[in-house]
Design a protein around this ligand. Structure first.
Ligand SMILES: [Zn+2]
Length: 281
């Protein structure tokens, strides 16, 4: 079963055909994950449209979409849902190639399965390990005690890899009780300025009209993942960009994305750079 990691590495480094289909073993869990992201996004949007702004604010439920402007011209890449054998190494190789930093928000249960990958991220001079919960539940669907346990277990499992302590909510779905618990444990909570919506582009490289609406993808960019992300970064004049380790399409296009952003004049900084201080919670 050693064929998958080199394939991802080859895709990321542009030495394989970008159209190479993912293996069946790799694509099945991604479909499930994509459906879960889509469902969470649709429900979240409905809730945000139907509840008064003040009620929403008091509930702390949707704070991951950062409204604070980013430092102008500065981009910080973040990769959720790893570690993922093959993908983690491929992303680290691209950070070396372009000499840029990134944050990896790891699912702690997966990090426990692949401690060597978590250690690889930690050892990399330009990579940060962040916490993306123990098992990636939707925090809006579980009881406060379960939310507390997710934070506690992930904090314990990732303690050896984290410095500084950064947390990103699965699906971006925050809660006031978890915010308080995380801050007590010394975490900064990290959302995003730009959602690449790479999960929606992953199936075919294009995004369907419904998902494009959910993601705010301009019509002209529905077939063009890179153009969408670059346009979204330019619209925010930089910012923390949400990407995922688990989507082969993202890996296949990542080199090109970084190259385009550099050509547009953006510089890259780690998310704990003082320039992003006002963007973290
Ligand atoms: Zn996630």
């Amino acid at each position: 079963m050693n064929c998958f990691p080199p394939l991802l590495l080859a895709l990321a480094l542009g030495t394989a055909q970008a159209q190479t289909p993912p293996t069946a073993a790799a694509s099945a869990p991604q479909r499930v994950h994509t459906a879960a992201i889509r469902a969470a996004r649709v429900r979240g949007l409905a809730e945000q449209m139907n509840l008064p702004a003040e009620t929403l604010k008091q509930s702390c439920r949707f704070e991951s979409d950062i409204s604070t402007p980013p430092p102008p011209g500065v981009v910080s890449l973040s990769f959720d849902d790893g570690p993922e054998p093959g993908a983690t190494e491929a992303i680290l190789a691209l950070l070396d190639k372009h000499q840029i930093p990134a944050t990896f928000f790891l699912v702690a249960a997966k990090a426990q399965q692949h401690p060597e990958l978590a250690a690889l991220v930690k050892a990399h001079p330009r990579a940060l390990v962040g916490n993306h919960s123990w098992s990636h539940p939707n925090f809006h669907d579980i009881a406060p005690a379960q939310r507390a346990s997710e934070v506690e277990r992930s904090d314990a499992a990732l303690a050896a890899f984290e410095a500084p302590k950064l947390f990103r909510y699965p699906y971006g779905n925050s809660s006031c009780d978890s915010n308080a618990q995380l801050q007590q444990r010394g975490y900064r909570i990290v959302g995003w300025h730009v959602d690449s919506c790479d999960w929606a582009f992953d199936k075919t490289g294009s995004i369907d009209p419904h998902e494009a609406k959910i993601c705010g993808v301009e019509k002209a960019n529905r077939e063009h993942f890179i153009d969408h992300v670059v346009a979204a970064v330019k619209a925010r004049k930089g910012g923390i960009v949400l990407l995922h380790e688990i989507h082969p399409h993202t890996l296949a296009r990542l080199d090109e994305l970084i190259t385009r952003l550099l050509a547009e004049g953006f510089r890259f900084a780690p998310v704990n750079d003082p320039a992003f201080e006002a963007s973290l919670r």
